[in-house]
Design a protein around this ligand. Structure first.
Ligand SMILES: Cc1cc2nc3c(=O)[nH]c(=O)nc-3n(C[C@H](O)[C@H](O)[C@H](O)COP(=O)(O)O)c2cc1C
Length: 194
């Protein structure tokens, strides 16, 4: 690996938005982990909200030092949100994790992998209205996995279609473009983040 390749590596955090037990998120997250850990420019961090304590009554505007994942979010150059759709929106646990943090999201891109009857499209579109408030930008490309429960094999693994795998790789390529472009903004801190 050349020095240029090393310096161009990016830390990408996958945020698993469902905290249900059991949940379809498990085989889908395993697929993301398999695919993304093989991408040569990605240092992958899998953040599972089901294993993180972010009590709603302790949430503060502007974030809170007590967050067990603040450091991991801060270290990320970009994010992939794995989100199901619940009642035409995204899970409350994911909104809570967004609200618990502030500067950790700023000037970073967020890409989406959605699932549900219609591939989680309504959850994703709602997330697109929330994230600019945190000065995060959202990536146009996305991965929609409609009826993903029909693509789980006998061993419980998600069997992605070639189209889904292709969409994932185009999506993370766009995420990479944005993550690189936004890096200088984070060091310049143009609006004086607290
Ligand atoms: C409370 C609830 C509401 C749901 N509402 C929708 C919905 O509005 N649209 C949709 O496509 N799927 C909906 N679903 C189906 C979920 O998208 C599907 O069950 C998905 O696999 C849940 O992901 P999870 O098991 O990882 O939590 C809903 C599921 C739950 C539990």
């Amino acid at each position: 690996m050349t020095a240029d390749n090393v310096s161009s590596r990016l830390r990408i955090a996958v945020v698993i938005g469902s905290v249900r037990k059991p949940r379809l998120a498990d085989p889908l997250a395993a697929w993301l982990e398999r695919e993304l850990s093989a991408v040569d420019w990605i240092d992958l961090d899998m953040i599972d909200l089901a294993s993180v304590s972010l009590p709603m009554h302790e949430m503060r505007p502007g974030g809170a030092a007590a967050s067990p994942i603040a450091g991991r979010l801060a270290d990320a150059d970009g994010f992939v949100f794995l989100t199901p759709e619940y009642n035409h929106s995204f899970p409350a646990a994911l909104k809570n994790a967004i609200d618990w943090h502030f500067t950790e999201w700023a000037y970073k891109p967020v890409a989406f992998v959605g699932y549900g009857g219609s591939g989680g499209i309504r959850a994703i579109e709602q997330l697109r209205t929330v994230l600019p408030e945190l000065r995060a930008t959202t990536v146009r490309e996305s991965v929609l996995l409609p009826m993903a429960w029909e693509h789980i094999d006998a061993d419980g693994h998600f069997v992605a279609s070639p189209g889904a795998t292709k969409a994932l790789h185009s999506t993370v390529e766009e995420l990479r473009t944005w993550a690189r472009a936004l890096r200088p903004l984070r060091s310049a801190d143009p609006v004086g983040l607290p």
